[in-house]
Structures are given as structure tokens and as C-alpha cells.
Ligand binder design. Sequence first.
Ligand SMILES: [Zn+2]
Length: 218
Amino acid sequence: MNHVNVNGPGKIIYTIRGYPNVCPYCKTTIVPVSMFAYNNRILEVFTVCTADDCRKSFIAYYVSMGSIYNFGGYTSAGNLSSKTFEDAINLTSSEFCIIYNEAFQAEQAGLLNICGAGYRKSLEFLIKDYAISKNVENHDAIKKMPLSQVIKKYIDNPKIVEVSTRAAWIGNDETHYIKIWTDLDLSDLKNLIDLIVKYIEMEALHQKYVNSMQSNAG
Ligand SMILES: [Zn+2]
């Protein structure tokens, strides 16, 4: 891999090798420009993204290998990713989409002890708002009821009942002192929430075509 010389303070020149090939802001693959280096125990290189619609600057960290500094695999934080949900989910529960993404951002920030509780909260909003959408007249009761009872009493789709019951079990593990499902973790909770999201999307799509094609007029 080619070496690049980067100016430091005064007349110092640092020779660096390697570079971050994904921008922490726009997430595109780049060959960034290294503008300036400052040795702060590890070498901090002021780096600029070369993507036309980004051009943001960030710090890339390099470690000393004798007279050359190697890219250490880390940069300063850019944008956190967020998950976008289809209209069917936003219409069912906009609060779910907000809370899910707050948990996702906590997860990306490495706050692994609290993001599980966030995902569990998002699950409660998704299931309760979904139940309310099917049982509008009972919205007050559904809001106050424990999640497990809402699933039993107000969810008709057996697949959503099966999956959301299990998501609630793992979700409760994320908020309590003693873990019951010791072999399941955050990724299982997220998988189950993703499944519920897909079932709700499928139902909405199914309903859309049933409603829009009532009879074979031709
Ligand atoms: Zn960029």
C-alpha cells in the first residue's frame, strides 16, 4: 500500500499508510484526502471525504510503526445510521419508529445495557398501536393493559401472536435483573421485532389489494 506524506505542525512531515475507505458521514466508499496530522500520542490525521455531495471532514487515527504510521481502523464518529420503515408501519405506530431508532442509536454508540430496554419499549408501542388500529373502540383499555394481555386478547393474526409473545419474553429479560432466556440476546429481540414488522406490512399490502379489487368486473 502506498505511503503518503502529511504535513504536521511547523515543518514536521508524517508518513502514513492506509486510510479509512468508508466515510463515517455518508457511508460511501472513498479514497479520502489526508490534510494535516497532529501527534497526540496516536497520530490524528485531519481527513476529508471525497464524495461530491459530502466533503465532510473527520479525524482518522494512525498508530506508529517506527517511522511510518499505519491506519488503526478508527475514525471520529460521523452520522449514526437509522432504520427507515415502510408507510404501513409509520401509519400504524409513528412512536414505534422513533423509539426503535433511539434504541438503534444507543446500540451504535455502544450503550448495550440500555438499548435492549429501548427495543422492548418500541415493541410495546408497535403491538399496542397495532392492536388499537384493529380495536379502536378499546383504545383506552389497550393502552393501560400489560403487553402480554394485549397480545392474548386483541391480536388476531396467530403468527403475530406467536412472534410478539416471544419478543416480549426476551424484551422483559432486557429490563430485569435476572435473565431467563440466557441463550438469546439483543439480536434475537431485533429479529423478532423485524418479523412482526414484516407481518404487519404483509397484512397491510394484502388488505390494500383486497380493498382495491373487490370483484372481477371484466
Ligand atoms: Zn462522506
